[in-house]
Every structure is written in C-alpha cells, then in structure tokens.
Design a protein around this ligand. Structure first.
Ligand code: SAH
Ligand code: SF4
Length: 353
C-alpha cells in the first residue's frame, strides 16, 4: 500500500498477482496477463491493458498504483554513450541509475538497490548519504522499465552496482532479479545479471546455498586486511579470508561459473607492485575473475593512479598468475557526468527538497 491506500502492483511476482486477483474477484488467468503488462510491456496505465475487460481496467486504476518512480532528470555524457538518470520514489527518496552503451552497441544498466548506503566505504560517494531506504523490488524494476522506454537499444545487461548494498536488501533484490530473468518478465539471461556486494558474508552463503545463478561480484579492493579495514570498515566483521573461503565454496558449487572480485585501484592506497603480488597470492586458492576498476575521483581524498601505475599493476598481477584468475579492466564510462562507479550520490539540495 502507498500513502493513497492504493496497492502497489509493480514488484509483485506471479504468485502475489494470483493472490491479488483472487482477493479482487478477478479470474485467475488474469494474473498472467497483468504480469506481462507490468514487466514485458511496462505499461504505466491500466487503460493500456487491452486484453482486460474495461471494468477490470477501471478497478486497477482506482485501487492500484502502477509506477513507483518518477524521472527527475537525465544527464547525457559528452560522447552520448552514458546517461545518468535521477529518479524520485513515491515516498520522496532519490536514486540514480546509469545506462551505458559500449563500443559494440551493448546496453548495460547499472541499478540502485537502496537509496544511499550505510556500509561506509571511505572512498565511495554514496556512503556520504547514509541509508535513506531499501528499495522495493518494484522500485528496482521501474528503473529498468523507464530506461527501456526511453532508450532505442534493448537492455542486454543489468548490474546491481548503483547506489546501495544489494545484500542488505537481499529479498527485494533477488525477487527483482527473478522478474528480470523471467521470460514473461524481462527475459534477461542469468549470466547477464550481476549482483555486486561489499561482502555481506551470511547473505553470500545464503545466495550460494539457494543455488542462485545470477553472476556474483565481490568488492575486494585490497590485498591485505589492514588496507581493506581502512577503506571498508565492513572488513572488521568479514575479513579477506572469509571472502577467499567463499570463493572456494562457490567454485565447488558452481562448476562453470566464477566469482568476479572487484578491485578499485586508488593511488598510493592499493596500487603498488607489492599489492599486485599479494593480490595474485590471495587469489590463487580457487578460480575466479578479478576486475580492476581505476578509481573515479569524488571528493579529492583518494586519487586515481596514473595509467602507467595501473598498467604496471596489471602487468605484475598477470606475471604472478598461475592460470588461476582472469584479469579484466574496467575503464569507466561517463566520468564527465559523475556516472562512474561509486560516483552516484544525491547532492544535499535535492535531498532537502
Ligand atoms: N555496494 C555494492 C554495489 C555498489 S558499489 C558494492 O560495494 O559492491 C559498486 C562498485 O563500485 C564496487 O565495486 C565499489 O567498490 C565500486 N566503487 C565505489 N566507489 C568507487 C569509485 N569512486 N570509483 C570506482 N569504483 C568505485
Ligand atoms: Fe555502499 Fe558499495 Fe559504496 Fe561501499 S562501495 S558504501 S557498500 S555502495
């Protein structure tokens, strides 16, 4: 229910819609039709649900809310390949999402799972907002529905790497991913949906136990506990050894899939040759991928290393790799509009609106 006492249909899975249909005296088979209108077609008005009788359309329009987000602004990067969207929720919280088209024309959307975040990573702009709220599955999906409706390219990839810590909003995140994956929903394959976590160990174990097959990324960001605790206070609770054990567990459970460890490289913090050698060492116990992300500068405290330093780091890492891990480098798009990873934050004047 929202403040008008209307039921929010967006985010309901097929079981919940079945239930809603029976409590509203709708024929059971209508649930499937409504589900497709909501997700496959993304309509924002029941008058567009053409295969529903007029009285059903009227009932939905009087008693339900279909859209959970309003688009506030859209900022396009100079090369037009990256667009940052600012959305407002019904309860007046703000979130951002980023749409990126790569050189092969593939469209990736980076979605937020929370408004703000309370994990407190020192280098991340979202952390300064604190946590405003967990997003509902409908609010997560609506980011994609709105972006899909405004883009001429279909969405190929979804990454839960916008604002927030997805595993502190576990149920809503998994439910939203299930709807994105469903062929009657968004029909995005499990391998094209990636959930990135700062390392909420009990939830990662739950994810593995439940045999969930969306891609898993873990933000490692350091090769020793001293540095990781300094930049990610969560490391006090769940240190690097826990994450390495998880990788072993994961590679047993998912024979052909690998965890991606993300490593945001920051000048003088975790960018030395020794850091690269230590990183190769800790990643040697089980197969995985490592994604090196050059830091996107935010408030000036941390700096992006020079390309020479980054390349030296990558070269050292690959020299010490005994075929255990695959190295990827993400040269972020959208830096001119602050739409790179970790640059998503709502400025105070909007928050206080
Ligand atoms: N909370 C989750 C997902 C959102 S952050 C997580 O931490 O994994 C997504 C990624 O952006 C993480 O790997 C994080 O380490 C990285 N990141 C945060 N701030 C960044 C910045 N300023 N530059 C580059 N990457 C950043
Ligand atoms: Fe939260 Fe991720 Fe930013 Fe850390 S890096 S503060 S977990 S959004």
């Amino acid at each position: 229910m929202n403040s008008d006492n209307k039921t929010i249909l967006k985010g309901m899975d097929i079981n919940e819609l079945n239930h809603w249909c029976s409590s509203n005296n709708f024929d059971q088979f209508r649930a499937k039709q409504i589900y497709q209108w909501l997700y496959l077609h993304g309509v924002d008005s029941s008058s567009r649900m053409h295969n529903l009788p007029k009285e059903y359309q009227k009932h939905i329009s009087e008693s339900c809310t279909l859209s959970t987000l309003e688009m506030v602004s859209k900022t396009v990067s100079e090369n037009k390949k990256t667009i940052k969207y600012l959305f407002k929720t019904i309860d007046s919280n703000f979130i951002e999402s980023v749409s990126m088209i790569d050189e092969n024309g593939r469209h990736t959307v980076c979605v937020s799972s929370q408004s703000g975040c309370n994990v407190g990573c020192d280098f991340c702009a979202t952390a300064d907002m604190g946590l405003m709220k967990n997003l509902s599955s409908g609010e997560i999906i609506d980011q994609l529905i709105i972006i899909r409706s405004l883009s001429d390219k279909p969405i190929n990839n979804v990454v839960y790497m916008g604002m927030g810590e997805p595993f502190l909003n576990y149920n809503n995140v998994i439910k939203s991913a299930d709807i994105l994956n469903d062929e009657k929903g968004f029909n995005i394959s499990v391998n094209k949906i990636t959930i990135s976590t700062a390392g909420i160990v009990p939830k990662i174990i739950k994810f593995i136990d439940q045999k969930i097959s969306y891609r898993l990324a873990i933000s490692l960001n350091a090769s020793n506990d001293l540095v990781r605790t300094n930049i990610m206070p969560i490391n006090k609770k769940w240190p690097i050894s826990d994450l390495i054990n998880i990788n072993k567990l994961y590679s047993k459970q998912y024979k052909r899939k690998k965890i991606t460890f993300e490593y945001v490289i920051m000048d003088g913090v975790n960018s030395s040759v020794k850091d690269a050698i230590d990183l190769a060492e800790i990643l040697s116990s089980a197969k995985c991928k490592i994604n090196i992300i050059p830091y996107n500068e935010t408030d000036g405290k941390y700096k992006r290393p020079s390309d020479i330093t980054i390349n030296k780091f990558i070269k050292t890492l690959s020299l010490h790799n005994n075929d255990n891990f695959q190295i990827l480098v993400r040269w972020s798009n959208g830096l001119d509009i602050d739409a790179g990873c970790g640059q998503l934050a709502i400025s105070n004047n909007i928050k206080e609106e």
